[in-house]
Write a new protein. Sequence first.
Lengths: 268, 421, 407
Amino acid sequence: MTHTRFVPRHIARDARTLLVALALIVGLPTTGSLAVRAHAQAAPDDAQAVLDHVIDNLRGLSERATLELSVERPGRTVHYRMDVVSDGNERSLVRVTEPPQQAGEAFLSIGNNLLVYSPRLGRSLRLPPSGRSNAFLGSDLSYDDLAGGEYREQYDATITSRDADTITLELVPKPEAPTPYGKLVFVVKSASYAPVSLTFFDQRGNAVKRLTFSDFQDVQGRTIPQHFEVVDLLREGYRTTASYQDAQFGIAVPERCFSEAALERGCF
Amino acid sequence: MAIGTEAGRVTRRGTTVALWRLAWRNLWRQRRRTQLLVVVVAYATLAIIFLWGFIDGFMNGMLASQGRLVAAPVLVTTSAYHDDPDPLHPLPSLAPLERAALAQPGVRHVAPRLEFGALLRSPYTSEGVMARGVDPAREASVSAIPAYVTQGRMLAGPGEIVLGKGVADRLDSRLGERVAIDASAAGGPRSLGLRVVGIVDSGTPVVDDATALVDLADARRLSGVSTATGLALDVPRGRESSVAAALQSELPAGVHAYPVEQLIGQLARAVGWGRVEVTVLGVVFSLFAAITVTSTVVVSVLERSREFGVMVALGLDQARLSTLVTLESVYASVLGWLAGSIVGFALLWLFSVWNVFGPLFSGLYGSLLSGISLPSELYTIVRPEYLLYAAVTIALAALFAVLAPARRVRRLRPAEAMRSE
Amino acid sequence: MIALAWRNLWRQPRRSLTALGAVAVVVAFSTLYYGIGGAVGNSLYTQLTGSGGQVQVHAADYRNVRDFSGTLIPDADRVNGLITTHAGSGEVVGVLDVPALLIHGDRSRALALQGSDWPAGVRRAYLSTNPLTGTFVTPGDSDSIVLGTSLARALGVGIGDRVDVYAPGTEGFGAASYAVTGLVDVIDPAAQARTALVSLGAAQALAAPDAVSRFEVHFPDVKRVVDDGVSGSVAAELTPQLPKLQVETWRQLSPGLVKLLNAFGPMLAVITLIFYVLAGLLVVNTIYLGLIERVREFGVLISLGMSGRAMMALVTLESVLLCAAGAAVGAAIGTAGVAVLGRGFTIPGFQQYMASFGMDPMFYPSVTAAQVLQAVGFALATGVLAALWPASLAARLEPAEAMRFAA
């Protein structure tokens, strides 16, 4: 009944934030190196430049879409559907529409601030920074896995191979980088710099997680994947998939979308 | 005749010295009986002294271990932090506190500490820990943990982390690998990548399953605290309470010095109970020994009834005679007490340098009590006051002597006595 | 010869009684001491089972599963019913632990919120060692929460204030708001900063409808380890009924306690052994003094033909009879004492102390027959050993000298 030794000492901690899956698309906080877009013309032989292209390819466009998220575990799968609005920069609004249990929940992210709206409570809560790394809606990605801008500062990139369509990059973390991975292998399309797959390795050479990108759409000269899949290579049956439907890019997103009122009512 | 001369000597001068010598000689007229008495008292004394040395050693070991492995000999924190250990309640300033502490007699070293909740991430999993930011150069003076780094080495500076074996196992993190650490500061989440440079294996679960040491500079970056959550003081074992109390007057309002006894919580009282038990046992042992002495002296008196009768008839003060008898009791007890003390202290000294009990007890208790470390090294303590505790035997023997054989002597009627068998 | 030995003892009633009394005291003390040791063990047992029950049911492999849903037992109502039918007289309690964030204004704490409907006996035991201000959670109450006092302070709330609870990654509403109705001064300061209690229904609505983290089966009337036969039998009966779940007894849940309880015996034996040696020495002294007084008499006996062996036997017999009589008296007093106290006693003045240690202030001593027999056995052994030296002296008496012996 009380906190005896019977209670498992760890609380489920590896459920990660839903928002994480969105980070790649909606451009959640980076460390502000978006200015690198200016280097779009750099020579493709330079691994760092390739990486820059890839990241820039994905950022900066405002977007509105419906996101279908599936979290698979052995024996059960949970589906979510959400409406997503982003200014392509540091702000995004996510409103859950399915399943009915979670419908009406909404998240507003502005820079490092995270506001959560619960229809049950009827109001929004400001989540403290500690809340971001604790148990959230489960998915297999972590916030830090996908905060793209930090890739540039934290990893040294080299090109390990090329073929007709793709370039393979190897990203090795710098010694102080706040990531536990030993290396990342990033396969991108050579023509469009669209990401194809990102494999995470531990420090012993084993692959532990793979993120694959598919369903590419042409948007204003960019090739943007609409479907993502994260597979846990160590645990059987652990997978998360995310799919964007009806995506509209480059639209004008009203300011009111990033207000507390929008959490409850939306803004379109 | 010998007795007459003795008694004559006593009555003539009435000196107590003669009485004492007589009592002594009487004891040794019954050599074997006296030897047996001495053995009994010696044994009781030995048992009392040893039990005391043991229980004090146990308590001492527990506090030393708690002070050097889990908490600190003396920890200076805000009182708000003591109630709610969170970096939200850091020390207001560090330098003036360090100065005040070092100026206090009894404080040999100081070491700042910043404890904060953090998430450690390996490629496989993540674990919440209470990380401790330390000054690598100074931490060893207040903590025994650096001495238990069995793989690798202790921290040398920023960018490094030392993990308890249990933590490293749960994360599946090896020496030389990097872990990511996330913490939340007031200004937002902060993350760092730290290399595992050392693994701690102390044999104590509360240490091995929870230790995560980082450099103080990294801790400040991660938590947003610019000072520290606590200042640990290196104080010799036994003086923690007095030094903390003395230091308290030099500390600003809201800041408190907590000696290890206040950081160990309920356990100190549990061992205090052990002290009560040893006291009770000690008194009972003394009682048994005193009864033995008394019964022997009673027999001796009975046997010497005739002799005593003669002495009284010759004019020896009956009061003196009863004093004689009491003295015999006291002598026998003192002899036993001396013999027992020598052996007792010899044993205590032996176990104060030879760690026999440590592995025995930490094996028994270690896994049961969480949050408390038990010493893997357990030594007995040697203290002169144990002599006093054991001397209760002498006091009781004297008391019983007065109540029984001496009284019997006082009521002696010479004529009857001289006729007795 | 036994009759002779016995009569000899009573020629010096006071001395013999003293030695007999000493042996009786030691045997009684040993029995009581074992009883107290048993009481301490029982106290640890009641503390453990009072807070967690004698038997617990969890999801399979719950210790290794990391996500929240994997640790849950679904279909809780049905499982509850199933367990109840096989639990005999035990009370079945469902507990749901929810990893949650408690928020009030700009202050927050992450912890495991506990939802449970506490049975009266368990609640009483908990609150007797952890004082409550205000009111406790009641079953069915979906709006109240009880917090540890220091937790409430950290959040800046008092009785009557509301806290928000956010529990994402779970399957219920995921968020809720409660009114603080009570504050608990949990003994363990670390636990106090993490204690947040709601009713089972409230926790289920928040995070996991019709699910629990575990079921506990409580037998509040079983207060002594020796009386606990139900744990094993209930667990054995439940296991086949719940194939997908893990059924464990308190012994499997707390092997450290079992180890400690097993160690009590040897530790107590050492202390009592030290005591027995002392009593033995007192007996030696008594026998020896008796010997001295009867030296002339023994001289006569030997000259009349009694062998050295027989002398030894006589002396030894006296010693053993003395100790046996003392042991009998002591055992009787000791067991009677444990029986009387075994129904539960408290030491005035120690109650506060016990409570502060988190232990049940009531003591329930218990002693096993084996322990009493051990004490008696020790006493008899003491009798034999104590006689060794005086008996050998008696055997070597020279009749002529002995008969002339003058004290």
